[in-house]
Design a protein around this ligand. Structure first.
Ligand SMILES: Cc1c2[nH]c(c1CCC(=O)O)Cc1[nH]c(c(CCC(=O)O)c1C)Cc1[nH]c(c(CCC(=O)O)c1C)Cc1[nH]c(c(C)c1CCC(=O)O)C2
Length: 344
C-alpha cells in the first residue's frame, strides 16, 4: 500500500482509515495563519511562494489531516490575466468593472503558465516539504467565477448572472467557455507542478435548477474535467446546496463528488451513482457544539458512509473563521480512530 489513504479513497481502493481534510483548513481559524498574514493583503499573500508554502503546511502540522490544500483563492487566475479585482476582508472578491458585454468578455485573455509562475514555485517547494502527504490543487468552476465577474462581487441571488444566462445565452456560453479554458489552464499548471489531486469549486451552482444547470453550466464544467483527465490525478467536484444537482455534477466527469450536509451521505452516493467516491459532509457549524455532540454528528456521517467504497471525510462547506482549531484536531483523531480498525 504505497499511496496515501486520501488517494486510495479517491480511487475507491481499500484504505487503512477514512481520510480527512477540511475545505478552508488553511485560514482564519488558525492563530499561526493570522500571524503570517498580518499586514499582507490576501491576494499579495497568494503570490508569495514562501507564505503559500507555510500557510498550506500549517493545518497539516496542526491537525494531521490526510491531505494539504494549496493556499490560494478561486479569483487568483483572473487577477493573473489582468482583471481588476480585490479580495475585501469580510466581504470576498470584488471586481472593479463587472463583465456584462462582449467588450468586457474580450478583456478575459487566456492564462499562460508564466502568469502564475509563483504557483509553480510554491508547489515545487510544497511537494518537497509534504513528502507522502498529497497536495490538492483547486480552481473555481466557470459558473462560480462567472457569478463574481458578472455581479461584481458576492451575491445572494445572482440576478445579473442569471439575467445574462437567460437573456443573452450566446454571450453567456462564450463567457463560460472562456472561463473553462482559464480554469483548465490553471489546473494544468498545478498538476504539472506536482499537485496530486484537484478540486473544482462550483460553490454557488446550488442556486440553479437542474435543467438550467444541465443546459447552461454543465458543458463548461465538462470541458474543464476533460482538459485534465489525461493526467490521471483524481478530480473532485464540489458545490453548496447541490442536492438536486449531484447526479449532473457527477456527469461532469469528476472521480469524486462532494456533498454538503443537507443530503445524507448514503443518499448523496446514490444520486452520484456508481464508480465515484464521495466527499463530505459534516455541517461546519457542528464544530461549535460541545465535543460529545461533535462526535455524535461525525458518527452519523461515518454511519451513512458505511459500506461506500470511497469516502473522504470533510465538512459540507469550508471551516468557519471562528471555529476552535482544537475541535478540528479532535475530529481528525476521531475519524481516524473510528475507521482505523476496518482493514480489508
Ligand atoms: C467562493 C470561494 C472563494 N474562494 C474560494 C471559494 C470556494 C470555496 C468556498 O465555497 O468556500 C476557495 C478558497 N479560498 C481560500 C482557499 C484556501 C485553501 C483552503 O484552506 O481551503 C480556498 C480553497 C483562501 C481564502 N480566501 C479568502 C480568505 C479570507 C481572507 C483573509 O484571510 O484575509 C481565505 C483564507 C477570501 C475569500 N475568497 C472568496 C470568499 C467568499 C472569501 C471570504 C471573504 C471573507 O469572508 O473574508 C471566494
Amino acid at each position: 500500500m504505497t499511496d496515501s489513504a486520501f488517494l486510495r479513497a479517491c480511487r475507491r481502493e481499500p484504505v487503512p482509515h477514512t481520510p480527512v481534510w477540511f475545505m478552508r483548513q488553511a485560514g482564519r481559524s488558525l492563530p499561526e495563519y493570522r500571524k503570517v498574514r498580518e499586514g499582507i493583503a490576501m491576494l499579495d499573500s497568494c503570490m508569495r511562494p514562501d507564505l503559500v508554502t507555510e500557510i498550506t503546511l500549517q493545518p497539516v502540522r496542526r491537525h494531521g489531516v490526510d491531505a494539504a490544500i494549496y493556499f490560494s483563492d478561486i479569483v487568483v487566475p483572473l487577477k493573473a490575466i489582468g482583471v481588476d479585482l480585490d479580495i475585501k476582508p469580510g466581504v470576498g472578491p470584488v471586481v472593479e468593472k463587472p463583465v456584462r458585454s462582449y467588450e468586457d468578455l474580450a478583456r478575459l485573455r487566456p492564462l499562460e503558465p508564466g502568469d502564475v509562475h509563483y504557483v509553480t514555485e510554491a508547489i515545487g517547494m510544497l511537494t518537497r516539504e509534504l513528502g507522502a502527504t498529497p497536495l490538492i490543487g483547486f480552481a473555481g468552476a466557470p459558473f462560480t467565477l462567472a457569478s463574481y465577474l458578472v455581479e461584481g462581487g458576492p451575491s445572494r441571488n445572482h440576478e445579473h448572472t442569471k439575467a445574462m444566462m437567460y437573456g443573452e445565452p450566446k454571450l453567456w456560453a462564450a463567457l463560460l467557455d472562456r472561463l473553462a479554458d482559464i480554469t483548465s489552464a490553471f489546473l494544468r499548471v498545478q498538476i504539472e507542478a506536482g499537485a496530486s489531486a484537484v478540486q473544482l469549486f462550483d460553490s454557488w451552482a446550488g442556486a440553479l435548477a437542474p435543467a438550467d444547470y444541465r443546459r447552461s453550466v454543465l458543458p463548461a464544467s465538462v470541458k474543464v474535467f476533460d482538459a485534465v483527465a489525461s493526467y490521471g490525478v483524481p478530480r473532485i467536484h464540489f458545490g453548496v446546496g447541490t442536492g438536486e444537482l449531484l447526479g449532473l455534477m457527477a456527469e461532469a466527469g469528476a472521480d469524486v463528488v462532494g456533498a454538503d450536509w443537507r443530503v445524507p451521505l448514503d443518499e448523496a452516493a446514490r444520486r452520484i451513482g456508481p464508480d465515484k467516491a464521495v466527499q463530505g459532509n459534516l455541517d461546519p457549524a457542528v464544530l461549535f457544539a460541545p465535543r460529545d455532540a461533535v462526535r455524535e454528528q461525525a458518527r452519523k456521517v461515518l454511519d451513512a458512509a458505511e459500506g461506500l467504497p470511497g469516502h473522504i471525510f470533510n465538512l459540507g462547506h469550508g471551516v468557519l473563521p471562528d471555529t476552535d482549531p482544537d475541535a478540528l484536531t479532535r475530529l481528525v483523531e476521531y475519524v481516524h480512530q473510528e475507521t482505523g480498525g476496518r482493514q480489508p
